[in-house]
Design a binder for this molecule. Structure first.
Ligand code: SF4
Length: 380
């Protein structure tokens, strides 16, 4: 097995065994773990408290218990989260943080408090006016409030230096991830859509310091290799996530490479560094202020389509695939603007409705195949 294969295999294992990873970390460190719901909750505050932040992005499971709390028209990620909550899958989490970024996420903390009353559920409200001074201060105050609640759980105070250190560790991790995405473009034969996702997903279940080391080692190994002569279709994907695995395998089957992403679970987490400031909470507030192009933050200028065009230009992609999470209102509201911008720029795109629990994949397969043919025709 080559070094690249070894690292990808390790990251793939982590991505598929979140519960085992949390258990192992707790056993090794004696520390506590905190679940973090999507999106825009600064993990750094959990890291600074000496706890393991664990991404809660649903997963593949059959839904039987969740309908007691959630209607059928809620997104499949939150259905999976409630299913896991009720089935006891989150029993190793010592708290859960839930940013109230969409209508569904607004009610999840209330339902979780009822379903698992023994676990502290920490709600976070992020401001719409995130760019003005008052908005930055408000975000900082919300993060301070999380830290206060975490201090009560651990019994240990969190100093500003601890958070500054965590912000630096995360900035380094995020920069490594962005570098990996760039290097991966030259190695589409190895960094398949599935492998690319494993690198992203594993970051949610292990300490960032350790993940950074693995990602940097992967970059070093990839750089040593000859760039691949990829003959398939290079695309940029946008949306909340690119799961399930079955979908990623379909991308591979029809000759696609993902050369850049604008996914909530992907580069939206990594692309905006926390700027310098003496106050670490303000640093995190400023990062949210500087962030652009997500359906879950207020964006009156609708910059997402322009950002996608920029990604297509930078990576010489053939087109864009919009991975529309079914029943996700924020993403659906953004789509008309993205569509208009891509059409004006002459960039072909595919609108693909997905669910984490895909009952039938035939329609998705047909549409991916047809789009691949269209991209092929445009090349000739
Ligand atoms: S933003 Fe969309 S995908 Fe995420 S929880 Fe809300 S509805 Fe679901």
């Amino acid at each position: 097995m080559s070094k690249v294969e070894e690292i990808l295999s390790e990251l793939g294992y982590v991505a598929h065994h979140p519960a085992r990873m949390v258990e192992q970390w707790k056993k090794e460190t004696g520390g506590k773990a905190v679940g973090i719901m999507p999106i825009h909750c600064a993990e750094e505050v959990v890291h600074a408290a000496g706890m393991l932040p664990v991404g809660m992005w649903g997963g593949q499971t059959s839904i039987s218990l969740a309908p007691e709390y959630l209607q059928s028209f809620c997104c499949s990620i939150m259905k999976a989260v409630m299913e896991f909550t009720m089935s006891g899958a989150y029993k190793n989490l010592d708290a859960i943080i839930c940013p109230e970024t969409c209508d569904t996420l607004r009610v999840i903390p209330l339902m979780m408090r009822k379903a698992i009353p023994q676990t502290p559920i920490i709600g976070v409200v992020l401001p719409d006016n995130r760019k003005i001074d008052a908005g930055i201060k408000y975000t900082a105050a919300e993060y301070r409030s999380i830290v206060k609640q975490l201090e009560q759980i651990t019994g240990n105070p969190v100093k500003d230096e601890d958070l500054q250190n965590s912000v630096e560790i995360y900035n380094e991790h995020h920069a490594a991830m962005m570098e990996f995405f760039k290097v991966a473009v030259d190695h589409c034969d190895i960094i398949t859509p599935y492998n690319r996702h494993m690198v992203i997903k594993s970051s949610y279940f292990m300490p960032k310091e350790k993940h950074t080391v693995l990602v940097k080692a992967l970059i070093d190994e990839l750089i040593k290799l000859q760039p691949s002569q990829f003959k398939g279709h290079k695309v940029v994907v946008t949306g909340i996530m690119s799961e399930p695995d079955e979908l990623l395998e379909m991308f591979g089957k029809y000759g696609y490479a993902i050369v850049a992403d604008d996914l909530a679970q992907g580069s939206r987490q990594f692309r905006t560094p926390a700027p310098a400031d003496d106050d670490p909470y303000i640093r995190l507030g400023k990062r949210l202020a500087n962030f652009e192009g997500c359906s879950c933050v207020y964006d009156p200028e609708k910059l997402r389509g322009k950002l996608l065009k920029q990604l297509v230009d930078e990576t010489q992609a053939d087109g864009v695939v919009v991975l529309m999470m079914k029943f996700c209102d924020p993403e659906e509201y953004d789509y008309p603007f993205i569509k208009q911008d891509l059409e004006e720029a002459g960039i072909p795109h595919l609108y693909l409705e997905i669910e984490q629990q895909m009952e039938s994949s035939e329609q998705v397969q047909t549409r991916l195949q047809a789009f691949a043919e269209l991209l092929e025709e445009r090349k000739n």
